[in-house]
Design a protein around this ligand. Structure first.
Ligand SMILES: O=C(O)CCC(=O)C(=O)O
Ligand SMILES: [Fe+2]
Length: 296
């Protein structure tokens, strides 16, 4: 039973954690599917895209090796994960918040290779990643991001951190002046410069570490300030499946259906416009070895 505690927590804190969202006996199959996506992603020498499917493959300056940091819309190649994104338990979570017609905007896996430079996320609000906000309505109230823990998420391997109540502060522009990940040097373990937080009226001491066990689900809104440190552990990755959802009526031109009148709805014949702006003009497949093209 998922209950309604997450609704109160989202309203009060801007984030919620549902423990045991996916029970332990279902996690092995999901984890294996995530590992198949990783194996497939690592066959590429650089970032690869085919329509919405994308593997973000970078050369890590610290590890001096190739790393896969994110994959997008792998549901097109992994049936188990395609079912996961529209698991009826997401409807239980979101029906009270979004109703029974729900579209999905993001379908991502994030890896944090142990010790890699590219494994931190500066504090930000996900509104930053809705580059065409005019294509949506009610983005700040009826749009949510979720992270399903595949590995234990803790202090050492860079669990998510949230600022409770930050969703009531409006858009703060945190991390807008550059990539979402740090560029190395002393800030390689991540997060934001304290001055930047101070200017936004935030005190790092107030940030809450979202420790999670495999199968736990974190949920947050597009104005909730969050980020995560780099992975300082020697061996443990910090894998999450990140899915984001909107009310269908608020997103007439974007997203893949997840639930239509409450019915779990598989991907259709072709990709729908989600976040990749060049879906129709540059569908690929192609390699992009120029830069980090994150589209969280
Ligand atoms: O993977 C993480 O720790 C943070 C990811 C995130 O906040 C995002 O993709 O918007
Ligand atoms: Fe985010």
């Amino acid at each position: 039973m998922i209950g309604s505690a997450h609704i109160d927590a989202l309203e009060r804190d801007g984030f919620a954690i549902i423990r045991g969202f996916i029970p332990p006996d279902e996690m092995a199959a999901l984890t294996e599917a995530v590992e198949r996506v990783q194996a497939e992603g690592m066959t590429h020498h650089a970032t690869y895209r085919h329509k919405n499917l994308c593997y973000e493959v970078l050369k890590d300056p610290v590890l001096q090796s190739k790393v896969l940091v994110q994959a997008y819309w792998f549901s097109w190649i992994e049936p188990i994960l395609e079912k996961q994104r529209r698991d009826p338990r997401y409807l239980e979570v979101f029906e009270p918040l979004l109703g029974r017609d729900i579209k999905q905007i993001a379908n991502q896996i994030h890896w944090k290779p142990p010790g890699a430079q590219y494994s931190d996320y500066r504090f930000h609000q996900d509104l930053r990643f809705r580059e065409k906000p005019e294509d949506f309505s009610n983005l700040t109230t009826h749009s949510f991001t979720t992270a399903l823990a595949i590995d234990p998420n803790g202090e050492e391997n860079g669990a998510l951190m949230f600022f409770p109540g930050s969703h009531k502060k409006g858009y703060l522009g945190l991390s807008d002046g550059g990539p979402i990940m740090n560029d190395g040097g002393e800030r390689r373990w991540g997060l934001s410069k304290e001055e930047e937080l101070e200017q936004a009226g935030l005190d790092l001491n107030d940030a809450v570490l979202a420790e999670m066990e495999p199968g736990d689900l974190a949920i947050w809104g597009l104005l909730t300030v969050h980020g995560s440190r780099g992975n300082r552990s020697k061996t443990l990755d910090r894998r999450i499946i990140l899915n984001s959802y909107v009310r269908a009526e608020d997103s007439p031109t974007r997203g893949e259906w997840a639930f239509k009148d409450g019915v779990s709805t598989p991907l259709g014949d072709d990709h729908q416009l989600c976040k990749y702006e060049e879906l129709y003009t540059r569908p690929g497949p192609f390699y992009d070895d120029t830069d980090w093209i994150a589209e969280q």
